[in-house]
Structure formats: structure tokens, C-alpha cells
Write a protein that binds this ligand. Structure first.
Ligand code: 5GP
Length: 172
């Protein structure tokens, strides 16, 4: 199935000069959605032994991470923007082009020995995924790998991540 044909390109969003890869058109397509989740599930099963938890980043990481966790027989853990999670959190700061951003995770969500996969819709510069990896690794969990629907190549995203397998379905 040609998943790329279901991604819509939106020029100048959210800022002039940015070409945004819109996944809502993929989500809206029943076959596209099923194929995406099923393919990612199969690739994860082929690549990783026993995943305990899938960690997904706000907000599109939730959309793909939760059905993937369900299919893998794993739990799902949300990583969120500051101030959204109700219980005690651990946090990480990471650099943006201008300024810094923060991500948070419940401090009791993971611990020593948990086997973890990080999932998001897209990797661009890798800042979000690298920060999430830091959050996961500072709990003593074992980071098994990453899965993304889309990789924007040539932005150095992969090079920012720890040396674990990275699965992607669509590349630009
Ligand atoms: P990075 O931190 O790798 O530069 O950016 C990746 C994060 O920004 C992901 O959480 C992703 O959801 C979001 N993102 C950046 N650009 C795009 C885009 O073109 N399309 C979509 N769907 N998400 C994007």
C-alpha cells in the first residue's frame, strides 16, 4: 500500500517556509490507518523481544503509540508538554531553534529493567525524540528502539538519538 500518497503536504505551516506533512489524511483513511498500525506492529515484533511499554509524545505520538501498544501486548505511557500530567513528574529540557522546550512524564511510569519503545508520528531534527529518550533512560529503563511513521531525512535527526534500532515507514 502506498502510504505516502495518503500524507498531505501543507506549505507554510505552522510558519512560512515550512512544508508540513499532514497525517490526518492518513488517519482518516480506514485502510491506511489499519495498514500503518499493522505494519509497524509487525516490524516491532520482528525487531524487538518483549516490549513492556510504548512511550508516545504529545500529541501525535499518542495516536499511533496506543494502538501499537495494544497490539504488542504492552502498556502505553504518555510524555506531555509541561503542566498537563496530574501526578509527580520527571522532566527534561531541550533546545529549539529559538529558546527551549520541556517534556514531562509521570515519575512512577517507568523504572529499572522496563523494556521500552519510543513512538512518534515523525522525526525531523530529532530534538523531541532525543529528549524523550533521556527521560526514559534516566528512570533506569532499557530503551530498545524508536518507531516513527515518517522520517524527514537530511536534518540529522537520527544522529541525535542513542545507538538503538530506528524503524520508519515513510521517508522524505
Ligand atoms: P523534531 O523534534 O524531530 O524536530 O520534530 C518532531 C516533532 O515535531 C514530532 O513530535 C512531530 O509530531 C512534530 N512535527 C514536526 N514537523 C512535522 C510535520 O511536518 N508533520 C507532522 N505531522 N509533525 C511534525
Amino acid at each position: 500500500m502506498d502510504l505516502k500518497s495518503l500524507i498531505r503536504d501543507i506549505p507554510d505551516f505552522p510558519k512560512p517556509g515550512i512544508l508540513f506533512r499532514d497525517i490526518t489524511t492518513l488517519l482518516r483513511n480506514p485502510d491506511g490507518l489499519r495498514h500503518t498500525v499493522d505494519t509497524l506492529t509487525q516490524q516491532c515484533k520482528d525487531r524487538f523481544d518483549k516490549i513492556d511499554y510504548v512511550v508516545g509524545m504529545e500529541s501525535r505520538g499518542f495516536i499511533f503509540g496506543t494502538p501499537l501498544a495494544y497490539q504488542l501486548g504492552a502498556g502505553f505511557i504518555p510524555v506531555r508538554k509541561p503542566g498537563k500530567l496530574p501526578a509527580a513528574v520527571c522532566r527534561v529540557e531541550y533546545e529549539l531553534e529559538y529558546g527551549v522546550d520541556r517534556l514531562e512524564m509521570h515519575e512512577d511510569a517507568l523504572g529499572e529493567g522496563c523494556r521500552v519503545l519510543i513512538v512518534d508520528d515523525l522525526i525531523a531534527t530529532g530534538g523531541t525524540a532525543a529528549a524523550t529518550a533521556q527521560l526514559v533512560q534516566q528512570t533506569g529503563s532499557e530503551l530498545l528502539g524508536f518507531a516513527f511513521i515518517i522520517e524527514l531525512q537530511g536534518l540529522g535527526g537520527r544522529e541525535k538519538l542513542p545507538d538503538v534500532p530506528i524503524l520508519t515507514l515513510i521517508e522524505y
